[in-house]
Design a protein around this ligand. Sequence first.
Ligand code: PMP
Length: 258
Amino acid sequence: MDGEFLEEVSQGLVYETLRTYNRLPFAAWKHYERWNRSLSFFGLTAPITFERYMKILSEGIEKLEGEVRMKVYFSLKSHKVLVVFQPLPRANVEEGVSVKFARYRRIPDLSTPPFLKITGRTDIVLARRDIKDCYDVLIIGASGQLCEGSFSNVFLVKDGVLITPSLESGILDGITRENVIELAKSLDITVEERIVQAWEVFTADEVFLTHTSMGVVPVRKVENRILFEEEAGPITKTLMENFEPFALNRKENWVGAL
Ligand code: PMP
C-alpha cells in the first residue's frame, strides 16, 4: 500500500453509494445533494457540477454490463473525486434476513451528525464489525431509541401501521426510506415517523430494512425472535412488490438521468 493512498484514506472520504435501474443511475440528484450536504460539514461543496457527475457516472456504466453499483468518494485530503463501478451485487433476500443489535450506540448528533456520510465513522465501523452472519445490525441511540442499520434504514409494522424512526432519532435520511414512505402513503398505508424504542422491534408484526442496492429487505429474524417462517408479512410483501414500479415512475428519482 503506498503512503499517498494511506494519507488520502486516513483523512476520510465523503461518499455516496448509488445503483442503476435499467442502466440509469437511480436518484442521482438526491445522492448528489446528500454528498454536498456531507461536504458542507467541512465548509466544502462538490468539486464537480451535477452535469459532470452524471457524465462520469454514465461513462462508467457504459463500461460494464447489467446493473451497476457506484461509489462516489471525495477525498478530504486531496479534494479528488474517485468513483468505483462494480456489477450490482445480487443477493436473494426475499426469503428474509437476520439482524441483531449493535453493541455500540449511535454517536450523539452534536458530536457527529447522522447525515454525515464519511468513511471511518466509529459507530458505523464498529457496527459493521458486529454483522458477522447477520445481514445488518441495528444501531440504538443514546436514549435507547432505534436508529438504523449500519447501511440501511429500518421499518416496523404493528397493527397495520408502518412505523419508522423519525429523522430526529439520529438517522441518515435514506433515499429508499423516503421512497418507501411515499409508496406506502400512495397505497393508503398509515405511516408513523417517530421516536421508536428499540424494544418495539420485539413486538412488531413485521420488520424490514431499506437501502439503495436491494430496495426493501424483509427481516425474518431479530436476535432470537423469528418473525416469519415462509413468507414476509403482508405489508412488507406489498411494499416489496410495488417498490420498483413506484421508484421507476417517480419523476424526482430521474432528474438529470433521462
Ligand atoms: N443508513 C446508513 C447509515 C447508510 O449508510 C445507508 C446507505 N446509504 C442507509 C441508511 C440507506 O440509505 P439509502 O436508502 O439512501 O441507500
